[in-house]
Design a protein around this ligand. Structure first.
Ligand code: ADP
Ligand code: ASP
Ligand code: MG
Length: 419
């Protein structure tokens, strides 16, 4: 008997018929003799609708109240899924994140899971019941209801799978969604994208951070840390899906496994500021204190003067402007400039560690398509280019084609990009 955690995303539980089909999938596993824990997201676009509703009563709703509101979406789903299971003769108990043992820090809207206690889940499983757990939410140590950030139900699922040691019990964490696996790019944006049979945690994490919304980045971190096999599958089709697992030696033969797009970025520049030691620390400490993630940073120096630019999500621009203006006031001189309408196109692959010429291939392809590159960042396993938003989707398709990613499905994964 194995333990499986099965997570169903918003589209998969979007209406009563779909909920019934998800319940059938759970029943299949139960009938095979396995123990199952279910995690569900809010139905369809419920979370977006709740956020819009908050905007109608307040222009500045507090993060605490937003969490209280958003968390209701998942509570509707767990109750309905538990009812659907019971109607199929499968005993089930719906649980909030807190009831299921998820403890988080107190950062409303982007809380991190700090502890998972498995007592309640074990109790339900011992009684032969299927716990149906609200994704996306937890309880802080002070007893406050928190949410884990958009898309966070994946993280609930993998965190529970880690606590239940599914790998040791011959099971897995199954992520059921509206696509039948992880593709070489978002299939909605690149129709020629191909499904990957396997992808390493490292590559999936990088793709998720760079815009591939199919997995919440923190869920992949949990998976890697605790060795949870993550199986991404279509909720309404029987297809095999994609396995996210540890890297094996043959994976390095593949230079690039995927391309991703982050739309809607803005660039903030502090121009002509004094090039004094500590100025960078002061700036990025202020940005970090505002809870904002920054990755592409460029500094140029002209003797005693420097300019620093960095990109952030459009949604963070207002907060960044406040933090950066305060820093400018402190340093005394300089100007603040903000550009919008940028996007980031990236390619990812652990094989880059052992291949040369990856970056030049990407730049050449974008250059041939006359797409200007505004900034470049690289790591051991990724190359990212900032481009204008108007070029973003074409740039993604061009990068995808430049590495032969569309052919990955027809050849073996190794042959496709080891060229
Ligand atoms: P869920 O509600 O099930 O969590 P999401 O909308 O969060 O589903 O994630 C699934 C979506 O992720 C897909 O519909 C697809 O458009 C998008 N996506 C982005 N990048 C990829 C990728 N590389 N492979 C598969 N899907 C991707
Ligand atoms: N319902 C939440 C969201 O829409 C969490 C999730 O779907 O994973 O972001
Ligand atoms: Mg999701």
């Amino acid at each position: 008997m194995a333990i499986f955690v099965q997570k169903f995303g918003g589209t998969s539980v979007g209406n009563p018929e779909r909920i019934a089909r998800c319940a059938m999938r759970v029943k299949q596993r139960v009938d095979e003799g396995h123990k199952v824990v279910v995690v569900v997201s809010a139905m369809g676009h419920t979370t977006d609708e709740l956020i819009a509703l908050a905007g109608k009563v307040s222009t500045t709703p507090s993060r605490r109240e937003l969490d209280m509101l958003m968390a209701t979406g998942e509570q509707v789903s767990v109750a309905l899924v538990a009812m659907a299971l019971e109607s199929l003769g499968v005993p089930a108990t719906s649980l909030t994140g807190g009831q299921a043992g998820i403890t988080t820090d107190g950062a409303f809207g982007r809380a991190r899971v700090t502890k998972v206690s498995r007592e309640r889940l074990d109790r339900e499983l011992t009684l032969g019941r299927v716990p149906v757990v609200c994704g996306f939410q937890g309880l802080s140590r002070d007893g406050e209801l928190t949410t884990l950030g958009r898309g966070g139900s994946d993280t609930t699922a993998v965190a529970l799978a880690a606590a239940l040691q599914v790998a040791e019990h011959g099971g897995a964490c199954e992520i059921f969604t509206d696509v039948d696996g992880v593709y070489t790019a978002d299939p909605r944006l690149v129709p020629t994208a191909a499904k990957l049979a396997r992808i390493s945690y490292e590559e999936m994490l990088e793709l998720a951070l760079l815009g591939a919304q199919v997995m919440h980045p923190r869920s992949v971190l949990f998976g890697e840390r605790y060795g949870v096999p993550i199986h991404v599958r279509h909720s309404q089709r029987p297809d095999e899906g994609t396995l996210i697992c540890r890297e094996t030696p043959d994976m390095e033969d593949v230079m690039v496994v995927g391309a991703a797009l982050k739309p809607d970025l803005g660039r903030v520049s502090l121009r002509r500021i004094p090039n004094n030691p500590g100025v960078q620390g002061m700036l990025f400490e202020a940005v970090a204190n505002a809870g904002i993630m920054v990755d592409d940073i460029v500094q140029t120096e002209f003797g005693e003067i420097a300019s620093i630019s960095f990109t952030v999500d459009h949604g963070d621009l207002a907060d960044v402007k406040i933090a950066a203006s305060q820093v400018l006031d402190k340093v005394g001189t300089g100007e603040l400039a903000v550009e919008i309408g940028l996007a980031k196109v990236s390619v990812v692959g652990t094989g880059m560690k052992s291949h040369v010429g990856v970056a030049s291939r990407m730049f050449t392809a974008l250059g041939a398509a006359k797409i200007p590159i505004h900034n470049i960042t690289t790591s051991e396993i990724k190359i990212s280019c900032i481009v204008g938003r108007e070029h973003a989707q074409r740039a993604l398709a061009i990068a995808h084609e430049a590495f032969g990613l569309d052919k990955i499905g027809s050849k073996s994964q190794a042959e496709a990009t080891a060229v």
